[in-house]
Design a binder for this molecule. Structure first.
Ligand code: KG4
Ligand code: ZN
Length: 331
């Protein structure tokens, strides 16, 4: 059994999986507290992780019907993410592993999102083009094996796709995080009511969402409060359409450039219905994990740990975390 912890942002997560990738427990405790600030407050996130992590691990063990002594490996997200938040997970993982003299697997969060698709019952094996679209990251990767050394071939030059959803949602008076709420609001809207920019001119496989967010801001100002209120669903639908189009446009280009005929998608934005529909229509072999494995979770970290060199006891006691943008990805 592999026990994994994930605390890189505002979800306190613990999971247990078998070495062949069957999920025995996948506990996610989302910290609703950040909504009132309109975004994640790092120090608040760290303190909540500290309060929750013990109960979340216990819950995972109970759900899986096992004890800590049944774990053969402990895995944990070391970065990228919020340093204080990551430290809670890493310190807890070190303590749990050291208590039983178990090895510890340090996992990269993005490798985790890619490895979500490698879980049982239908593992989606490389090679494939990987799209990760979350609140912190948006990138395309050429994935040729299951390990952490995937090649990033495109990434966002400014905001992440999830961030674009969250900022748009905020402008439309929805809570944080706003992706799912914006999707719900858009159901009753017309995606062609407003024309938002898709940044097709950005060369290569990189993404850009900052212009889109600004376009919505100006449009909302232009319409005024009453009219914005009347058009909220149309604005949401058109804005969502632009984000989805920007993602699908780069994915198509990436498939063409790499010659890879298979696509795996991960990250919170992969939970988005219209995006899933558009990607399904591309006609390539597609893997989109269930929604609870797209957003942050520890089962994906346990999955990635199977393809990471474990650090033996007690060498990992020195192990450190890394912040978003602090360490370049593998290649
Ligand atoms: O992967 P994730 O849980 O955390 C990060 O690593 O960032 O992604 C969270 C992001 C948030 O920006 C959230 O608004 C977005 O994913 N998201 C969605 C949906 N569900 C979550 N965006 C669009 N549509 C959704 N249904
Ligand atoms: Zn994530």
């Amino acid at each position: 059994m592999i026990l994994a912890l994930e605390t890189s942002c505002d979800d306190t997560c613990a999971a247990l999986i078998t070495p062949d990738g069957a999920i025995r427990a996948n506990v996610i405790s989302s910290q609703g507290v950040h909504g009132r600030y309109g975004g994640v407050v790092p120090e608040v996130a760290s303190r909540h992780h500290l309060e929750l992590i013990g109960a979340v691990v216990e819950d995972a063990l109970r759900t899986a019907g096992c004890e800590l002594s049944d774990a053969e490996l402990v895995a944990v997200t070391c970065g990228p993410g919020l340093v204080g938040a990551l430290l809670v997970g890493v310190s807890t993982a070190k303590a749990l592993a050291a208590a039983h003299q178990l090895p510890l697997a340090p996992v990269d969060h993005l490798h985790g999102h890619i490895a979500a698709g490698l879980l049982a019952p239908d593992p989606f094996e490389p090679p494939f083009l990987g799209l990760i679209a979350s609140g912190g990251h948006t990138l395309l990767a050429r994935v040729t094996d299951c390990g952490p050394r995937f090649q990033v071939i495109g990434q966002t030059l400014d905001d992440a796709a999830g961030e674009a959803f969250d900022k748009g949602a905020r402008l439309l008076g929805l809570g944080y995080p706003g992706g799912a709420a914006l999707e719900r609001l858009a159901v009753d809207g017309d995606p062609s009511a407003f024309d938002f920019p898709v940044a097709r001119k950005v060369p290569g496989l990189d993404f850009s969402f900052a212009g889109l967010k600004t376009a919505l801001l100006y449009r909302v100002r232009e319409l005024g409060e009453a009219e914005t209120d009347r058009c909220r669903a149309d604005l949401a639908a058109s804005y969502q359409e632009a984000i989805v189009e920007a993602l699908v446009f780069r994915v198509e280009r990436g498939l063409l450039q790499t010659g890879l005929g298979r696509l795996a998608v991960g990250g919170g934005v992969a939970a988005n219905g219209p995006l899933r529909e558009r990607l399904s229509a591309l006609g390539v072999e597609l893997d989109v994990p269930p929604r609870e494995l797209c957003t942050d979770n520890a089962a994906m970290i346990a999955s990635a740990a199977r393809f990471v060199e474990p650090v033996p006891y007690p060498d990992y006691l020195e192990l450190d975390v890394y912040a978003t943008g602090e360490r370049g990805l593998a290649a």
